[in-house]
Design a binder for this molecule. Structure first.
Ligand SMILES: Cc1ncc(COP(=O)(O)O)c(C=O)c1O
Length: 436
């Protein structure tokens, strides 16, 4: 067992690959609820939630109890046989999909991470349609596997180093304009749906699926507009294309609805989920109608660890708490209040826009010339950290990747106590003022 002194003396940057870009050199000591303490003796309010994972905050007692209880029963059986937590979680999710999508009953496939679930959904789309092309949006982020990286067009650092390999893959992956207008006028040539329509007029019968985020995450917390979503659904249906919602970040109450696409009045054909579904453990997957899922033959896809019993038990416990405690409605209510408060800052301290649904809120900063102010954004983030608040940034500047990360990104746990939530917002406001 390492002593505190030894932990502080470890040279973390020599032990661990730096590629993941750790936000801070602090080492976590304990994490409970909305708070993280570190070996340097600091305590932070956490508005990052392990990157949108902790819908219930850190170490929720019911989630921990479910983990301990399940560990003593079945730890891991893989694809050898089914197990109770996976069946129960599938049942829970099927009911949520029945409410959100309706129609035929859905079936679930569980994997470990969002990225590999995106790949799995793409493989099913290839198999089911017999087509070989995919469409995604500029500014999208769908993950880190090679396919998900090729599908993504958010921060340049995510894909630029691999461009030589990814560009041939992109012969079959097409990107249409980012859904950014906030209300669909369809007047502009670069309007996302005009650009989708033009593309599908050309190659629609070769496209297996269109992937979308109801609220772009890494791309800058831009919610898609209702009109754009409706048109996307019409266009994909008329070309026989599967519509795949990436709810990995926006799912499970984060936006004030179970799923982000519920704000858009459309029903996707597949829903990819991750992050919060595991209650803090690695779990992800996707859902689709039983007939669509049934287009696969056994063995055409698989996983060793996906849908692990402990992860499923933890996830189920977390989702039950979210439902029982009405945390989705709470996220909607508190999200509105926080957004309204931050909107008062628009036009001051470089705040150009405040957007998002529920507790998935982006605060975009621009310089006096109206350009994305990623430098100030980074400075505000660091200032918040000094003052005891952990936040992240996001944002893809289409056409100018040097200006990525100009949006402050707030994703507090859905059950953050109100005084703590407002304390965090006060720290953010003070940081905005100081950095100005
Ligand atoms: C919208 C979206 N899709 C996909 C992913 C990739 O998920 P994972 O990191 O679990 O592979 C993420 C992760 O941030 C995401 O936000």
């Amino acid at each position: 067992m390492l002593t505190d002194k030894h932990v502080l003396e470890l040279n973390a940057s020599q032990l661990l690959s730096e590629v993941v870009g750790f936000e801070t050199n602090e080492v976590a000591r304990t994490a409970l609820g909305s708070s993280v303490t570190t070996f340097s003796g600091r305590e932070f309010i956490d508005f990052t939630g392990g990157i949108a994972v902790h819908a219930l905050g850190h170490g929720h007692a019911e989630v921990v109890a479910a983990i301990v209880e399940q560990a003593a029963k079945v730890l891991h059986v893989s694809d050898i046989m089914r197990h109770v937590p996976q069946l129960e979680l599938a049942q829970f999710l099927r009911e949520r999909f029945a409410e959100a999508v309706g129609g035929e009953e859905w079936a679930l496939l569980f994997m470990n991470s969002g990225s590999e679930s995106i790949d799995a959904a793409a493989k099913l789309a290839l198999k089911a349609t017999g087509r070989h092309k995919f469409v995604a949006f500029e500014g999208a982020f769908h993950g880190r596997t090679l396919f998900a990286s090729a599908l993504s067009r958010s921060k340049k650092v995510h894909w630029a180093a691999y461009e030589g390999f990814l560009s041939p893959l992109r012969a079959d992956i097409h990107h249409v304009s980012a859904p950014r207008c906030g209300g669909c006028t369809q007047q502009r040539d670069d309007c996302c749906m005009n650009s989708l329509e033009r593309l599908l007029d050309e190659i629609g019968d070769e496209v297996a699926a269109v992937f979308f985020e109801a609220q772009q995450g890494e791309g800058g917390y831009h919610p898609m507009s209702l009109e754009a979503a409706m048109r996307m659904r019409e266009l994909t249906t008329s070309h026989g294309i599967l519509l795949i919602a990436d709810e990995i970040q926006s799912g499970f109450g984060r936006t004030g609805r179970w799923f982000g696409f519920e704000h858009l009045g459309i029903s996707p054909d597949m829903v990819v989920f991750g992050k919060a579904v595991g209650g803090g453990l690695p779990l992800a997957g996707f859902g689709a109608s039983r007939s669509l899922m049934g287009r696969w033959q056994p063995g055409e896809h698989g996983t060793t660890f996906g849908g692990n019993p402990i992860a499923c038990a933890a996830g189920l416990a977390a989702l039950r708490v979210i439902e029982r405690e009405g945390l989705i409605g709470r996220a909607a209510r508190l999200g509105e209040a926080v957004t309204a408060r931050l909107c008062e800052l628009v036009g001051q301290y470089g705040v150009a826009d405040v957007r998002g649904n529920g507790l998935m809120i982006g605060v975009e900063l621009r310089d006096p010339n109206g350009q994305p102010d990623y430098l100030r954004c980074d400075a505000v983030k660091l200032r918040c950290r000094e003052a005891g608040l952990l936040i992240l940034t996001c944002g893809a500047k289409i056409g100018n990747p040097a200006a990525d990360n100009s949006t402050l990104r707030l994703i507090p746990p859905l059950n953050t106590p109100e005084p703590v939530l407002w304390q965090g917002i006060a720290i953010l406001e003070a940081a905005l003022q100081v950095i100005a």
